[in-house]
Design a protein around this ligand. Structure first.
Ligand code: NAD
Length: 540
């Protein structure tokens, strides 16, 4: 059957992919374009039985997929990379129509991000996944050889959000597959068509049937997948849902990678390069309409430059072109849903009510579509939701700090710890300060750029979640370690086997010095150790 999705703007009737076959269902969910409010397509609403079939198909495919040499698995990724490049325009416009982000962002963040990720994974995977020969430390097991193998976990679930509907699932599915796992993927109910397109590309790239399976649907479908007998789960989404999932899987000791909420900080030092910092602030807050994983949501600025900085950012942000991301020159798209629009509105209103000054924006724009004006507020109290909870909107809340220790305390006083950026002319000072921040990534004079680069970890601290989300580091999280040790089997026994004797005891005592002493002590004990060993070996 041919791949069903991706011919936007016609309405698409998407199918799910199970065991290499595409299936349609009567029960469907709608996919909306958040810029127009129009339905752009439908996707199956998968139930428990569908999810069960997908997990079964993944299980049946897993052992032969894992048995394929790594370079053959890498070959599939290389074919996929060619298809992503070829289909880049169609993919980017589908992403823009379903998630709202401007076309240029769809290209930079999702298409280029995915290509970069695939290249990094293909180059770096052997160093992570090939068997590694290791030497022994203890002097007794002579003549033995040891290897450490990485063994796939088995069947993994990947549950994704809507904000980077291509790059995020690619960043998890591809390392999972490279490591020899098979996957059941559930995209967000707000971006099922991009998810379907992703599955279609893997299908066309020749990944064998059952290696990647797609189920579409909402939270219920996700919950069926969580309960579906997986060997591991990668979940990206809200902290509330992540905590529920963790509670369900922990009693069964199922490895779970959770990439959850964030409240990223933007820290300006007095010597910050002003124009770059202002431009960076406008972008950090408003790219992805403030809904990207590393959008900055808290801005800390020296008190003496707070007004000048906030006014300059307001001038930039107030001039951004808001609209349908398919139109040329649009810089800020819609929010993903009416629910998200309400959340941003409530956060901004509460901050103003508690004393923040609005410098620009602050209101929703008339529909259709879920648009909110890019907004700058100054003197935002620390106890409002805008400074503490995820806002996920194009908002720049500016707070003045009197001394840097105070700013560091504020940054670290968050339930989330994904990332932070520091803006300064003194890079060394910025780096030193970065070491004091309890976050997973710190960037000096830039934001977010490391997200899809395979060699960098993506993850954070505290209620950000667990583990690292994509890239090469994930290869170790998605595999288990196996030690292979081999003795030639030519001796009849070992010094620590039966029978126990005074010679064996002497040898153990001697070894104590051999293991614990410095070089001189080891040399002194070496010859007596060999004598004891020969005595004991003589009895075996
Ligand atoms: P969400 O938690 O509502 O949904 C995420 C996914 O989980 C969706 O596919 C959804 O259908 C599914 N789901 C919902 N309830 C479920 C349940 N009970 N069991 C199983 N699956 C369930 O999140 P969202 O609104 O799609 O995404 C936004 C959130 O994702 C924000 O909190 C954002 O910070 C976070 N996020 C974080 C990062 C990061 O790098 N830290 C990246 C992207 C998104």
């Amino acid at each position: 059957m041919s791949e069903p999705a991706g011919r936007a703007p016609q309405r698409v009737d998407a199918k799910v992919l199970i065991g290499g076959e595409w299936y349609q269902k009567d029960d469907r969910l709608e996919s909306l374009n958040p810029a127009t409010g129009e339905i752009i397509g439908y996707a199956p609403l998968c139930n428990k039985e569908d999810v069960g079939l997908a997990v079964l198909a993944a299980r049946e495919a897993q052992s032969s997929w894992a048995a394929l040499p790594l370079d053959r698995r890498i070959g599939h990724l290389e074919t996929l990379r060619g298809l992503v490049a070829q289909e880049g325009d169609a993919l980017a416009s589908l992403i823009t129509q379903e998630s709202g982000k401007p076309l240029q962002e769809a290209h930079f963040l999702e298409i280029l991000g995915t290509l970069d990720l695939i290249t990094g994974l293909c180059k770096g995977a052997p160093a992570y996944l090939d068997d590694r020969r290791v030497g022994g430390g203890n002097p007794l097991p002579w003549g033995r050889r040891h290897w450490i193998r990485r063994v796939p976990l088995g069947v993994l679930g990947v549950i994704s959000p809507w904000n980077l509907p291509l790059a995020i699932p690619m960043g998890q599915i591809l390392p999972a597959l490279l490591a020899g796992n098979t996957v059941v993927f559930k995209p967000s109910e707000l971006a099922p068509l991009v998810g379907t397109k992703l599955a279609g590309l893997l299908h066309r790239a020749g990944f064998p049937p059952g290696v990647l399976n797609l189920v579409t649907g909402g939270p219920e479908t996700g919950a069926h997948l969580v309960e579906g007998g997986l060997d591991g789960l990668l979940f990206t989404g809200s902290t509330a849902v992540g905590l529920q999932i963790q509670a369900k899987l922990a009693p069964r000791l199922i490895p779970t990678g959770l990439t959850l909420g964030r409240k990223d900080a933007f820290l300006v030092l007095p010597d910050a390069p002003f124009a770059r910092t202002v431009n960076g602030a406008a972008w950090a807050a408003c790219f992805g309409t403030g809904q990207a994983c590393a959008s900055a949501e808290r801005f800390f600025v020296p008190i003496q430059m707070k007004e000048r900085f906030a006014a300059a950012v307001a001038a930039k942000v107030g001039a951004l072109r808001v609209g349908n991301g398919m139109e040329e020159g649009v810089e800020v798209g819609p929010l993903i849903s009416s629910h998200q629009l309400e959340r941003v509105e409530v956060h901004v209103q509460e901050a103003v009510w508690k004393g923040a000054r609005l410098l620009c924006g602050g209101r929703r724009l008339p529909g259709p579509g879920f648009f909110f004006q890019p907004t700058v507020l100054v003197d935002v109290p620390m106890d409002c939701a805008l400074m503490r909870e995820e806002t996920l909107g194009p908002v720049v809340p500016v707070v003045g700090y009197a001394d840097l220790d105070e700013a560091v305390r504020w940054i670290n006083d968050s339930r989330y710890g994904l990332s932070a950026s520091i803006w300064t002319a003194d890079v060394e000072r910025g780096l030193a300060l970065g070491r004091r921040l309890a976050v997973g990534s710190v960037w000096i004079n830039d934001v977010s750029y490391s997200h899809t680069q395979a060699r960098f970890p993506w993850g954070g601290m505290r209620q950000f979640g667990t583990g690292r989300a994509h890239g090469l580091g994930l290869l170790h999280e998605l595999t288990s370690m196996q030690l292979l040790g081999a003795d030639r089997g030519q001796r009849e026994g070992e010094p620590w086997w039966f029978p126990y004797s005074s010679d064996g005891l002497d040898l153990a005592r001697r070894m104590r010095f051999l293991l614990a002493e410095g070089l001189a002590g080891r040399l002194i004990n070496l010859i007596p150790f060999f004598k004891d060993l020969v005595k004991v070996r003589g009895t075996r």
